[in-house]
Design a protein around this ligand. Sequence first.
Ligand SMILES: Cc1ncc(CN)c(N)n1
Length: 221
Amino acid sequence: MTKISTELFEIAQPVWNLSYQHPFITELAAGKLPLEKFRYYLKQDRYYLEQFGDLHEKIAQLIDNPADKEILLVGANDMHDGELDIRNTMFQEIGITADEIKSTPIAPTAYSYVTHMNYELTNGTTASAVAALLPCYWLYSEIGHRLINAQSPVPIYQEWLDSYASTEFDGGTNQMVQLIDHLSEQADSAERAQIKDSFLKSSNYELNFWQMAYTMENWAG
Ligand SMILES: Cc1ncc(CN)c(N)n1
């Protein structure tokens, strides 16, 4: 049977293409994205990444195979030492304070994305819960590699792009792709459909996340 990762990559292309073309990404690469939109994104993403890291640990608890468990635990740890560290430096560079992060309400789309990942953890299978995490690695890695040579005139934007084209981020992405293939080996057609649905929903939420930041989305009341 075709590896599930091959199918996931194929079905995600239409929605991933919309991410590549989203003004948040094209303006970031061109150095034209207003800084206030990037600041907004970083603050919402801080909340997202914390939840995302916790989810790795919660899913790991459901897995018996030591090598598979390790991929998730290393993923959570690398995120703390890698992506969150880079973000802390960015916060300093553009003056985002701990108080500002604390007092920022979680926006609707960030909330919905995290809710979807938690839903898969509680109601889905281990593989569909991992599938909900995967676009976060894979799409950002694709964006990083497509735009590494953009030479964004805004240093912090290029720094952001560079971090997703790094060997470390590639390593984590490859591990997660292998994990979804391994966890799906015994999946029947109903579970394969569930995995694809979970992956596509997260791919849609990734697109919505750019839009959320670009419009600086807020609750209506
Ligand atoms: C919403 C979101 N998706 C993915 C990533 C890349 N880890 C991120 N930082 N934020």
